[in-house]
Every structure is written in structure tokens, then in C-alpha cells.
Ligand binder design. Structure first.
Ligand SMILES: NC(=O)c1ccc[n+]([C@@H]2O[C@H](COP(=O)([O-])OP(=O)(O)OC[C@H]3O[C@@H](n4cnc5c(N)ncnc54)[C@H](O)[C@@H]3O)[C@@H](O)[C@H]2O)c1
Length: 262
């Protein structure tokens, strides 16, 4: 049976800002020791300082999940600092706006490399350790409702990459279940972060609309009527990492104000 997460260790990628920062703060509030990873060293160091100021334990690593040696360092740092690894939250992701006929191969490679390939190999590296340690490991992948539906045609490759995250979540969940390791996903909808600000700005460049106008149109498509924030996603991650979800694996839970009902 899974235990309380207090004193357990979680890695959170892309923890320097936005949803990843909120997940790191939440898992620390839950009592976990957290390893924070981001390309932006200064940002992730500030989040670690914030956690320590609140009485939690955190280390910050400035690294790029695209690089195998950096992914190795991520796992080794968790083990050398906290001597165990219980959970991995694959949150780091990138977004780019272009209509389907304007996408080029460089665009495809960049989005797929970070969102799909690096996420897969982070899972693989953590799984090897979790299977060996027999410690009921948990992996939570931050996908998107864009992986379940064509939420817009302005980011076709992002949609493809998030569908890949859902496919790997289901496949790895089936594989890892026999070892007591659970793999689930969260599908955020429209969440207030700088990634979403960039999306509004870039779509506005194509449509000629002001970002504020796009924002209003988007809110009108959300049944609950407003965008979520990082803490809304973090609460679901907390549940999937924690023991109350012990009978769930291979799932993809939406945090989207009711946009999707499947
Ligand atoms: N904001 C939304 O509305 C929304 C909706 C659905 C899904 N998501 C997903 O949630 C996750 C977080 O999104 P966000 O809005 O907080 O984005 P964000 O851009 O605010 O933050 C992403 C973080 O990931 C880091 N990162 C990017 N590439 C990296 C790499 N190669 N190595 C290490 N770190 C890297 C960035 O430096 C940044 O700190 C992403 O996977 C995103 O696709 C966001």
C-alpha cells in the first residue's frame, strides 16, 4: 500500500515559472522534498529559495531536458541529495504558433523534441530507477486538452506532441503497473501563464486581434467562465502523486473548467 508523501522526493521539470512552479510549491506543502529543474537557472533558484523560506527542502538544477547527460544529472542529484526518488512530474514544455501549412521541419523538431522525446526519456530514466527500487514510484506527465482535441489550429505540432504524451502515458502505465509504478497525465485547458500570454500575442499577429480580445473569446468557450491558474493544475498533480489515487494508472485528468467532458 502506498504511504503518505511526507519525506518523499519528487522531481519537477520546468519548475522555474508558471504551472511547474505551482506544482513544486504544492508538492512541498504536501511534505515532499523537491528537485526543481529548468533551463532558466535564476528562476528555478528563486523557486527553491521560496520553498526553503517556507520551511521546505528543495534543490534547483539549471539544465536542459533535451540532453541525455542533463537528464542523468537530474536523477543523480535527486539520489545524492535526498537518497531516494518517489515521483517525477514531467511539466517542461514548449509552444509555438503557426498555421498547419506554415509549419516547417525545424518547428516540428523543436516542439516534438522537448514535449514528446525529452518527456519520454525522462520517464524512461526515472522508471528504471523506480522499478529497481520497488518504491511505488509515480510519474505524472503534463499533457494538454490539445492532446485530446484540436483545441485550435494555430498550434498543430503542439497538439501532435501532447497526443504523444498521452500515448506514452498509457503505454508506460501498462508496462510499469506490474512493478507497482503508476503513470498518469493531467490535461490543463487554458491556464494563466506566460506561455498563454505568448499564444494570445502570436495568434493576434495572425488574426489582427488584440490579445485582450482573444482572451475574452477564449473565456467565453470555457463552461466555468474563467481561466485556471497553476494551483488548479497542481492540486490534481498532488492527488495523482499521493496515495488517494493508488488505484489509478494510465489516466488523463482534465483541468480545464469543463471544456472537455472525456
Ligand atoms: N498554460 C497553459 O494554458 C497550458 C495548457 C495546457 C498545457 N500546458 C502545459 O503545461 C506545462 C507548463 O506550461 P506553462 O504554461 O507553465 O509554461 P511556461 O512557458 O510558463 O513554463 C515552462 C517552463 O519549462 C521550462 N523549459 C522549457 N523547455 C525546457 C527544457 N528543454 N529543459 C528544461 N526546462 C525547460 C521553461 O524554461 C519554463 O520555465 C507545459 O508542458 C505546457 O505545454 C500549459
Amino acid at each position: 500500500m502506498e504511504q503518505s508523501v511526507k519525506g518523499q522526493v519528487a522531481i519537477v521539470t520546468g519548475a522555474g515559472q508558471g504551472i511547474g512552479r505551482a506544482i513544486a510549491l504544492r508538492l512541498s506543502q504536501d511534505g515532499m522534498n523537491v528537485v526543481l529543474v529548468d533551463l532558466q537557472g535564476d528562476a528555478v533558484a528563486r523557486v527553491a529559495d521560496e520553498i526553503r523560506a517556507n520551511g521546505g527542502e528543495a534543490i534547483a538544477l539549471s539544465l536542459n531536458i533535451l540532453h541525455a547527460e542533463d537528464r542523468q544529472r537530474m536523477i543523480e542529484s535527486a539520489l545524492s541529495t535526498f537518497h531516494r526518488l518517489d515521483a517525477l512530474v514531467n511539466n517542461a514544455g514548449v509552444q509555438r504558433i503557426a498555421l498547419p501549412l506554415d509549419v516547417n521541419e525545424e518547428h516540428w523538431d523543436h516542439i516534438m523534441d522537448v514535449n514528446a522525446k525529452a518527456t519520454y526519456f525522462c520517464c524512461q530514466m526515472a522508471l528504471r530507477h523506480m522499478i529497481e527500487q520497488k518504491n511505488n514510484g509515480r510519474i505524472v506527465n503534463i499533457a494538454s486538452i490539445a492532446g485530446k482535441m484540436a483545441s485550435t489550429t494555430y498550434h498543430p505540432i503542439y497538439n501532435v506532441s501532447k497526443a504523444a504524451v498521452l500515448a506514452m502515458t498509457k503505454t508506460l502505465a501498462l508496462y510499469a503497473a506490474r512493478y507497482g509504478v503508476r503513470v498518469n497525465a493531467v490535461c490543463p485547458g487554458m491556464i494563466e501563464t506566460s506561455m498563454q500570454d505568448m499564444v494570445d500575442h502570436e495568434i493576434g499577429r495572425i488574426t489582427g486581434q488584440a490579445p485582450a480580445e482573444i482572451h475574452v473569446e477564449r473565456n467565453a468557450r470555457i463552461p466555468l467562465g474563467y481561466m485556471g491558474d497553476g494551483a488548479d493544475v497542481a492540486a490534481i498533480v498532488s492527488f495523482l502523486v499521493g496515495p488517494d489515487s493508488h488505484y489509478m494508472t494510465g489516466q488523463a485528468l482534465n483541468a480545464d473548467g469543463g471544456v472537455l467532458t472525456y
